[in-house]
Design a protein around this ligand. Structure first.
Ligand code: GCW
Length: 678
């Protein structure tokens, strides 16, 4: 029986959104428009008896099933559908859905939970899940489930590969809310609840977002996100008091500076009462920070935290801090060590409303990195893990690279910080060290392209990021399958083929890139395409040290930079030992001769050759699989992905030939199979 009537009798913004989304979604999925009754804003909340009576009247008037939406507190009818223990099992943003033949209840502790429940219900309907006897409980694994836009007010997007910004245009904040509203829906539909709407590199005009000149328009954007349960954050410039506040300094211990931030925070909250807080990139890649004044990151973050605390805001302080003016001749400095070296000494000094945002790896979103050893090393500090959904180093949405398996490897890594079972996911969510705040942040991959992500299949990364932030135990395959069904329908062939393509894609991309965890063999600046020595003699701290005998970075304690010692045992011992380091990371941790034999049984040089030939074959196989779906996928999407898959093959060939030729010339060792290397 299809749903005939939707009713929600609470004066709650997210519940109204939930009802509207359900009505719209069900109409599109079933071709029948259910009646929909909600409480108008500001009108008295319905009381128990009244709402129960009116709902059953609405339900019995129709032949189909009725859906009731609401919170345990706001709707007696919803409350009575569950036992006390069942109600208590629902976390702040969680939900329960229960169905019988006549009715379905979507219940939450808060309106946000109800909204996530409504989207989940639509997902179940759309993926063809049987609804009879449905009885599910879902609580989010992470409190913070955030997306970061690296959008600039000129309309450009730093590391954006899907068009221009949907938020800004020609140095103005946009007034057209269409795309922004759809984006809010999209984020809420996958369970995300926070967004920073401007680049962490905060330039001149964006520094002024905190002023009256811009706040009204930002508040307008916040309104759109609020309706979908998404809290708005701003990236701020640490030097703002000096750059726009007319103060002689931005020293965090200066009283005038503190007062400036307090007043600024107050003004922001006047316009945006549920403002999330500040995201800060400080003393990193030429951004200003507390170091200028001889202060440390805790001084800086705490000062901002104190300004936000009275309003319930938080500071998200990034740990992407390293020396980006290194001399390549200096073999002692190791960029991989930097985040740990900077932040471990500060553990315990940050305010309760500060969170440190740590990139998944110690370098910078490479196709393969070990987990940052900072996870597990600062038990007295709130942390969030940062991923990059936008494919800066993973093919820029011209190559197919489904990143969920990569993220899951990081999340499932056991840090042993509290003995066995101390996985990164339990540190990020705050549970391992019993932290109040925790969660996920990630750099968005969307722009104003009609399909949002340029490559149509790159949408699976944004979808997967949201689903994983909600439930870290979902498998990569399950997420891929959900996404395919929601996007292209449930045809077996379509589902199996695309799920397979997604699952194969990261290993394929890795195989024709920089080998065995070494990273960085990309063209400088834009980071697209191969350039083996592009960063070898630069100041960025990203070297491979290849010579005629071998390659790799010695990061051992015994003879290298000591980075391996930043992990706890047994990980430290494992990475310290060449024999115990997994193949895929061997060049990250060790400098080895080309003839070194891997666990796979191949030498390093033969692995490089083989992987790069196989990588191209893998890319060709992706295209063949996609072609087999012609006619089963909408034409526009099929054509868009097809041209990208063709381009991917050409680029994979370029990677193969540049990398293989470089290493043949360096090593002088020929390919066992005598394939063409130039
Ligand atoms: O990945 C690198 C990018 C920069 C970026 C920086 C960061 C926003 O190349 O474009 O700047 O990281 O994360 O701050």
């Amino acid at each position: 029986a299809w749903t005939e009537a939707i009713s929600a009798d609470e004066d709650d913004l997210c519940i109204r959104t939930a009802a509207a989304e359900l009505a719209q979604g069900l109409t599109r999925l079933t071709g029948r428009t259910p009646s929909c009754r909600t409480q108008a804003p500001g009108s008295a909340s319905s009381t128990a008896a009244g709402s129960a009576a009116s709902i059953s009247a609405a339900a019995s008037a129709s032949a189909g099933r009725s859906v009731r939406l609401g919170t345990f507190e706001g709707s007696a009818d919803v409350r009575e559908s569950f036992s006390e223990a069942e109600r208590a099992s629902v976390a702040e943003e969680g939900f329960r859905i229960r169905a019988d033949e006549r009715s379905l209840v979507i219940a939450g502790t808060t309106g946000k939970g109800v909204l996530y429940g409504a989207f989940h219900f639509l997902r179940l309907v759309q993926t063809g899940t049987p609804l009879d006897g449905l009885d599910v409980l879902h609580n989010p694994a992470n409190g913070l489930r955030m997306i970061d836009q690296w959008d600039n007010i000129d309309g450009s997007i730093e590391r954006g590969y899907a068009g221009r910004s949907i938020f800004y245009r020609d140095n103005e904040i946009t007034e057209d809310m269409t795309r922004i509203r759809d984006y809010a829906r999209l984020l809420a539909s996958v369970g995300l609840n926070a967004i920073a709407i401007n680049n962490v590199n905060v330039h001149r005009l964006e520094t002024m977002f905190l002023t009256e000149a811009y706040l009204p328009r930002i508040a307008r954007i916040a309104d759109e996100f609020r309706a979908f349960g998404v809290r708005l954050f701003l990236s701020v410039n640490f030097a703002a008091p000096f750059e726009i506040g007319g103060l002689p300094t931005a020293d965090p211990l200066d009283e005038g500076v503190q007062a400036w931030w307090r007043a600024t925070a107050r003004a922001v909250y006047d316009g945006i009462p549920d403002f999330g807080g500040f995201l800060v990139k400080a003393d990193s890649e030429f951004r200003p920070g507390p170091f200028t004044y001889g202060r440390d990151h805790a001084d800086g973050a705490n000062m901002l935290a104190d300004a936000l605390a009275p309003h319930g805001g938080i500071v998200i302080w990034r740990c992407f801090v390293y020396n980006c003016k290194q001399d390549w001749r200096d073999r002692k400095t190791d960029r991989a060590r930097a985040a740990y070296d900077h932040f471990v000494p500060l553990d315990g000094r940050f305010r309760d409303n500060v969170m440190l945002q740590i990139k998944n790896g110690p370098m910078d979103f490479q196709v393969r990195e070990p987990v940052s050893p900072l996870f597990g090393a600062i038990p007295d500090t709130n942390v969030a893990i940062e991923f990059q959904v936008t494919q800066e180093y993973t093919g820029q949405q011209r190559h197919l690279c489904y990143l969920v398996p990569q993220w899951k490897e990081a999340l499932d890594f056991d840090t042993h910080a509290r003995g066995e079972g101390s996985e990164v996911k339990r540190i990020a969510d705050g549970s391992l060290f019993d932290r109040k705040l925790g969660g996920f942040a990630a750099v968005s991959n969307i722009g104003d392209d009609a399909n949002w992500t340029g490559h149509p299949l790159a949408q699976a990364n944004l979808y997967g990021y949201g689903r994983l932030a909600w439930d870290t135990d979902l498998s990569s395959e399950a997420i891929a399958e959900e996404w395919v069904k929601l996007t292209y329908g449930s045809d077996e062939r379509v589902v199996e083929t695309i799920r397979g393509m997604l699952m194969d894609s990261w290993p394929i991309y890795e195989s024709y890139n920089a080998p065995l965890g070494i990273g960085w063999m990309v063209k400088p600046n834009h980071h697209f395409g191969p350039d083996v020595d592009g960063y070898e003699y630069s100041m960025w701290g990203t070297y491979h040290f290849a010579d005629n005998r071998g390659i790799g970075v010695d990061r051992t304690v015994r003879s290298g930079t000591g980075y391996a010692g930043q992990y706890r045992q047994p990980n430290a011992g494992r990475f310290e030992s060449l024999a115990d380091t997994p193949d895929e990371l061997v060049l990250f941790f060790h400098h080895v001769p080309y003839a070194h034999v891997l666990h796979s049984g191949k030498t390093v040089i033969q692995h490089i050759y083989d992987a790069h030939f196989e990588g191209v074959e893998g890319a060709e196989a992706l295209l063949a699989k996609w072609d087999s779906l012609a006619g089963l996928i909408g034409e526009a999407d099929h054509a868009a992905a097809r041209s990208r898959l063709q381009e991917q093959i050409r680029h994979a060939e370029e990677w193969r030939d540049v990398i293989n030729t470089y290493f043949l010339r360096k090593s002088g060792i020929t390919d066992l199979h005598n394939r063409t290397i130039y």
